[in-house]
Write a protein that binds this ligand. Structure first.
Ligand SMILES: Nc1ncnc2c1ncn2[C@@H]1O[C@H](COP(=O)(O)OP(=O)(O)OP(=O)(O)O)[C@@H](O)[C@H]1O
Ligand SMILES: O=P(O)(O)OC[C@H]1O[C@](O)(CO)[C@@H](O)[C@@H]1O
Ligand SMILES: [Mg+2]
Length: 964
């Protein structure tokens, strides 16, 4: 028996072989009636072709009575199995068809009295199975095509579950969706603008100041977006030095290939004293005009952007002088009346006002945390103290975030200078309190630019001397230096840099002669454009306030997130060592539970909740091993400071986790223990099962008063599929793990001429991880469950890859990767997809597959997940404190319980990030209105714009609803 399944172009018919005249006739009747194959072509005496618009079946007769017998037996056996076995595993051969209505098909099979099976259930099938008269297993699916898991909308064989991408270029990447995702639309093909080469706009990009990881991604995105808009991209080498020496070159799409994974800046950078002088800047203006460049995008720190701002404001005078000295022609003068400037903030210091984060800062933090984690091990072995000096000339962001991420004992930062008179006592007091509770290590983090309130520097050696002399600690200094700026950028920086690069070009193209020059910022998770002049002014005023010893003002000028992080660090550092903040009557018993799969940042959240609770005077309780642990073994213990040392930076789940929900274990027992321990609040940390758990507990409040307490979920899952938030803890850690894996695979692919890897990604029904990592590594395509895999798109991707290898003619060394979320197609795993791609490549390249599996869940939490965990944890406790008065009266019986009261039900909420805000949304509302329960997904996907950008930056052509 021969069969072929119509997967991709070129393999478009199925041959059925029959072995007797009667089964030949029966088969023809079966397929004609079942699939409405109304075109019949007799090819010869024994071969007939049946067809409709999309399906071709050739039925052949090869008379062989022995085989006919075998089939009868085989078929009978299968039918006998009926419904108690899944037929799919039993059949030798199978054919799958896409049908427009599964229910009509079911009815039809019943009318014909044919046996069939439904999957996953008869009430809501996505697939139906039956047998044809010669024993072939016939699968029918309602999905877009046989290899997709998405149901096809009626009459549209190829479509997308995501909204179609219009050709608008506006609103591209305004929303970083916590983890840098975008909303809005993007065209998948370059707009068809007919601009002759001469009239094309020339836009240049440069990097300046200290290099920062992610700058290469930024330049790559800028160059490719310029080309995308039919303009000419130029790079200025060596920062402002290159500008004033005319070190400028036009570049091509391929020139920036594979730049995402590269550290430093490949176009060079410099600190240019000459550019600080007007003569230098006039030379720079002259060079730009000579190259015909009328827009400049500068990626650099506060200094570079200050320089850019000065350059822009002086431009009219500079070109006038060039005209007056006959260095440029009248025509050039007229054409270059305006210089469009746009800044993208690239600096590890994170010292630019108006933006929460600068490109490179989280990569530097990653390097620092890795180093401190290493040092911690040796410090513990010797029971030593370490002073870690981190970079940051005028800004303590790196030191502060290191302090939080590694739970350092003490930090020194320039923004809140310590008292020059008392800092030694204060530090020693805290350190000795920690030591008195048997902590074996001491970590003090000092920013390079740390000062005391007399503006004199506090140096690593000052601290070393104090710890040694006053406390007698065996102390070492580790100055991390330029290691912090080195290496490949973390996923966040790559994504930020790519999205900001696209936005910078859009900003330039939309600028008018009167519009103020923008810088591209990120605020919480939203990408914004802000005024360059204003941001430079604010940044300067921080430095001026510090200089004037107005530290309060300096702090007030910092981003609100910075201030919040500092307060959190200080609060947690007081845990168990100082008088709690709240009076005894306001102190609460707060339970913490972890549910679902492990995710980076879970332990950091538990650590932060516990230490913050201690500082407030609350009592934190851990519920170990999820709901089953609680209901079967009363696995509750109050958390003590010493027990949780080191948890802030530990991977996995120290509490233990599983996917059980309260209903699936024992709701009554759980309520009993809640009552026994008199919990006043509950924090759940986890993914979709935690979400479901919260809903069940909220619903059970009616029956069990013990649940009439504030309950809050901190989403933590690499799938990032919890309704009510755009970011879940663990996504960043997983992204980095997967990104590193992809980088390595891509490198391997590049070493073999013409190779593509298909990489299978976790994420359940959510394509978030595949999409974001695809942007971070420059994957040629990503297939996600929200879209499925359409034949047209797959064919298009194969063609695009083939073309790019063909164009390179083996002269360039590069490899390609394709990411596929496991559930994008259940029928087609990575291995099979690679086989199909290889088969259809026409010999232009070969395809392999790789499956990273659970490395995506493991490893140490990234600094982003650690610091976000702390922030969410402390907000969650704030929520529990604030909600006490709303609900707790009904638990004690003092007040009537009104389950349907909105305020009451909102005391069980999901903490989330939405755009630029942290929010709490009632579980009732989320569960009833915003959840796609069967798919375990939120109804609204917030990151589709990111897909379009990822596609556009690799030149992927997408096949939309209209076949465009
Ligand atoms: N006030 C200014 N006027 C003109 N140019 C300036 C000015 N400040 C800085 N620049 C230019 O920008 C370059 C880079 O500035 P700087 O060394 O302060 O680094 P940065 O951009 O702040 O980056 P980072 O702090 O991350 O190293 C300077 O070498 C100089 O060429
Ligand atoms: O690499 P350089 O020029 O020595 O500069 C070091 C400085 O650059 C930065 O890394 C970035 O501004 C600072 O933190 C540090 O003080
Ligand atoms: Mg700077």
């Amino acid at each position: 028996m021969v069969y072929k399944t119509p997967f991709v172009n070129g393999i478009a018919y199925t041959t059925i072989t029959t072995y007797s005249k009667s089964s030949f006739e029966e088969t023809l009747t079966f397929y004609k009636s079942l699939l409405e194959l109304n075109e019949t072509t007799v090819l010869n005496d024994t071969t007939v072709m049946l067809a409709n618009e999309v399906t071709f079946i050739i039925v052949k007769l090869i008379e062989d009575s022995s085989k006919c017998q075998n089939f009868q037996v085989y078929r009978k056996n299968l039918i006998d199995l009926r419904f108690d076995r899944d037929w799919r595993g039993l059949a030798v051969d199978s054919i799958t068809f896409t049908v427009s209505s599964l229910s009509i098909m079911m009815q039809h099979l019943m009318n014909m009295n044919l046996p069939f099976q439904c999957s996953p259930s008869i009430t809501a099938p996505t697939q139906i199975y039956t047998l044809d008269p010669v024993g072939n297993l016939i699968g029918m699916t309602g999905t877009k095509n046989a290899i997709s898991t998405q149901l096809a909308p009626p009459k549209s064989p190829v479509s997308s579950a995501l909204p179609s991408r219009s050709s608008s270029t506006r609103n591209l990447n305004k929303d970083l969706s916590s983890h840098l995702t975008t909303e809005g639309d993007y065209p998948s093909l370059p707009p068809n603008i007919d601009v002759s080469d001469k009239n094309k706009r020339c836009i240049a990009v440069m990097t300046s100041g200290g290099d920062a990881p992610g700058m290469n991604s930024n330049v790559r995105a800028i160059v490719r977006t310029i080309i995308f808009h039919n303009c000419k991209p130029f790079v200025v080498y060596e920062g402002y030095e290159g500008l004033l020496h005319g070190n400028i070159k036009e570049v091509l799409w391929e020139d920036v290939r594979d730049w995402n994974a590269m550290g430093g800046t490949l176009i060079g950078t410099a600190r240019s004293p000459d550019f600080k002088r007007r003569e230098g800047r006039i030379q720079g203006a002259h060079n730009l005009i000579n190259f015909g460049i009328d827009a400049l995008i500068v990626c650099g720190g506060d200094g570079s952007l200050t320089g850019a701002d000065i350059f822009r404001s002086e431009w009219p005078d500079l070109i006038k002088e060039l005209l007056d000295t006959n260095k440029i022609t009248e025509e050039q003068y007229k054409r270059h009346q305006h210089l469009n400037i746009c800044g993208t903030v690239g600096s590890i210091d994170n010292d630019m006002s108006s933006t929460d984060t600068t490109i490179g800062a989280y990569s530097a933090l990653d390097r620092i945390c890795e180093a401190v984690d290493y040092v911690e091990a040796t410090a513990k072995s010797h029971s030593r103290a370490f002073v870690i000096e981190v970079m940051g000339r005028n800004c303590g962001w790196l030191a502060l975030m290191t302090g939080i991420s590694t739970a350092a004992d003490y930090i020194f930062i320039p923004e809140t200078p310590a008292s020059s008179e008392t800092w030694r006592e204060e530090m020693c007091d805290t350190v000795s309190k920690h030591r008195a509770r048997n902590k074996r290590t001491t970590m003090v983090v000092v920013a390079e630019g740390a000062i005391a309130d007399d503006l004199k520097p506090i140096t690593a050696s000052d601290i070393h001397e104090t710890l040694t002399k006053r406390l007698g600690l065996d102390t070492r200094i580790t100055t991390l230096g330029h290691v912090q700026r080195g290496g490949s950028a973390v996923a966040y920086d790559r994504i930020l840099a790519n999205l900001q690069g696209v936005e910078a070009v859009n900003a330039v193209l939309e600028s008018t002669p009167t519009s103020p020059s923008p810088i591209i910022t990120v605020n919480e998770n939203k990408i914004n454009r802000k005024s360059l002049v204003e941001s430079v002014r604010l940044t300067k005023s921080v430095a001026e306030a510090i200089k004037a010893k107005d530290f309060k003002k300096a702090m007030s000028l910092r981003e609100t997130e910075f201030v919040e992080h500092l307060q959190n660090y200080l609060a947690m550092n007081r845990a168990d060592h100082y008088e709690p903040k709240l009076p005894s009557e306001n102190r609460l018993k707060i339970a913490i539970i972890n549910i679902g799969a492990p995710a980076g940042g879970i332990n950091s959240a538990v650590y932060s909740i516990a230490t913050y609770c201690m500082s407030q005077g609350h009592k934190p309780y851990a519920i170990y091993n999820g709901w089953s642990g609680l209901s079967r073994h009363e696995s509750i213990r109050s958390l003590k400071w010493h027990d949780i040392l080191g948890w802030q930076s530990r991977g996995g789940s120290e509490l233990g986790t599983n996917r059980d929900t309260p209903s699936s274990t024992d709701m009554g027992m759980i309520a009993y223990y809640f009552q026994k321990y008199q919990f006043d609040g509950l924090v759940l940390i986890g993914g979709f099962e935690a979400f479901v758990s919260l809903e069940q507990l909220e619903r059970a409040r009616d029956t069990f008063p013990a649940f009439r307490i504030p309950m809050v979920l901190i989403p933590a899952t690499l799938s990032n599929n919890v309704p009510g938030t755009e970011y879940s803890l663990g996504s960043d850690t997983a992204m980095n793990a997967l990104m590193k894996y992809c980088d390595a695979v891509k490198q391997s692919a590049a070493s073999t001429r013409g190779r593509v890897f298909v990489i299978e990604v976790q994420g359940g029904n959510s394509g978030y991880l595949a999409t974001t990592v695809s942007l971070a590594v420059g994957a040629q395509a990503s297939y996600v469950p929200e879209e499925g895999i359409s034949l047209e798109q797959l064919s298009q991707d194969i063609e695009t890859i083939g073309q790019s290898f063909e164009k390179a003619q083996g002269r360039e060394r590069f490899g390609k990767i394709i990411l596929k979320t496991g559930n994008a197609s259940k029928a087609l795993g990575a291995a099979n997809l690679a086989r199909v791609i290889q088969a259809e490549s026409g010999g232009k390249f070969d395809a392999k597959f790789a499956i990273p599996g659970h490395i995506q869940q493991g490893g140490l939490p990234s600094p982003i997940d650690r610091t976000k965990a702390t922030r969410y944890a402390i907000r969650a406790i704030g929520f529990i404190e604030d909600s006490q008065s709303i609900i707790c009266g009904s638990r004690t019986g003092d007040e009537e319980f009104m389950a349907y009261d909105k305020k009451i039900s909102a005391t069980a909420s999901v903490l989330g990030v939405k755009g630029s805000r942290i929010t709490f949304t009632s579980i009732r509302k989320l569960y009833d209105q915003e959840t796609d329960l069967p798919n375990r997904m939120p109804k609204t996907i917030h990151w589709e714009g990111t897909r379009a950008i990822a596609d556009h930056l690799v030149g992927r052509k997408t096949v939309g609803v209209n076949g465009t």
